[in-house]
Design a protein around this ligand. Structure first.
Ligand code: ZN
Ligand code: ZN
Ligand code: ZN
Ligand code: ZN
Ligand code: ZN
Length: 288
């Protein structure tokens, strides 16, 4: 539908009127026969017709084109009153910029911004409506901390609200505790597994050390036995040495005696045979 011609200031060229609604063209389209229409008007017409409503020439959607540029410019320059003129808006501006004005016009009817409120109100009065709107929210006057809509005032029950909240918090808390417990358990479990592993490692090490130790002990024992043996042998040798020394002293004495006698040669052999017999004697002693 076009713009009401009554809203326009001054003369409007016939060519800028819609052939269907006879108002000033809105979103204009042009037929090949050069007749122009509002987009909505011609679309509506072509649902039931297939010709130009002005001259009955064949017409369909596909041949509709934009308006000639010079006509479009003429259209855009037309001056008109704001659609809210009857409500008091005195704005007059070009057709090109009227949409922008009307979107922001203080006299435009808009819905209340509170959800659920059915009130339609002029933009300039919105603030005063919001102050008394039944659907405005406010804090509960009883101090439960809830924000409630004015319209729900009578149904608001602080205790019930708080109880619901409490239940919610409680179940959330239980959930969180369970989670924490779970995590703790799994952590403990892994630590336990780790400990068991470590313990068996240590056990192995201990076993290894024990066997090393017993090997060393037996080595020490055999070394000590060898040492004892050695010492016994040394003692034995000492004993033999002492005996030999005694014997030697005895022999030396004999020799001196024989030399003073001076002549018998055969006596030289006697001490040697005696020495050899003594040398064998210690072996018999160790057996005893
Ligand atoms: Zn029209
Ligand atoms: Zn036509
Ligand atoms: Zn306005
Ligand atoms: Zn409201
Ligand atoms: Zn309350």
């Amino acid at each position: 539908m076009g713009y009401d011609i009554e809203r326009f200031v001054g003369y409007v060229n016939e060519g800028l009127l819609c052939c269907i609604c006879r108002d000033v063209l809105e979103d204009p389209l042009q037929a090949p026969c050069e007749h122009a229409f509002c987009t909505a008007c011609i679309h509506g017409w072509l649902v039931h017709h297939n010709n130009c409503p002005e001259d009955r020439q064949a017409l369909d959607m596909s041949v509709l084109r934009h308006l000639y540029r010079y006509m479009k410019n003429d259209l855009n320059r037309l001056q008109l009153h704001c659609k809210n003129g009857e409500r008091g808006c005195e704005m007059v501006c070009s057709l090109e910029s009227i949409d922008r004005h009307e979107r922001e016009c203080e006299y435009s009817q808009i819905p209340c911004s509170n959800a659920g409120c059915p009130v339609q109100i002029e933009r300039r009065n919105l603030d005063s409506h919001l102050a008394v709107c039944e659907y405005r929210s406010r804090e509960c006057p009883n101090g439960c901390g809830y924000t409630i809509l004015r319209a729900e005032d009578t149904q608001h029950n602080c205790v019930a609200e708080l109880r619901t909240e409490l239940e919610l918090l409680r179940s959330e808390m239980i959930c969180r505790v369970e989670e924490a417990k779970h995590e703790m358990e799994s952590r403990l479990d892994s630590q336990r597994r780790h400990m068991v592993q470590k313990e068996s490692l240590l056990q192995n090490e201990i076993e290894e050390l024990k066997s090393q130790m017993s090997r060393m002990m037996s080595e020490v024992r055999s070394l000590m036995a060898a040492e004892r043996q050695h010492r016994q042998e040394l003692e034995q040798a000492e004993l033999e040495k002492r005996e030999l020394m005694e014997l030697l002293k005895g022999l030396q004495k004999d020799c001196r005696l024989n030399n003073t006698e001076g002549n018998k040669k055969s006596t030289n052999f006697r001490p040697l045979t005696r020495l050899e017999s003594v040398k064998r004697k210690p072996r018999e002693v160790t057996v005893i």
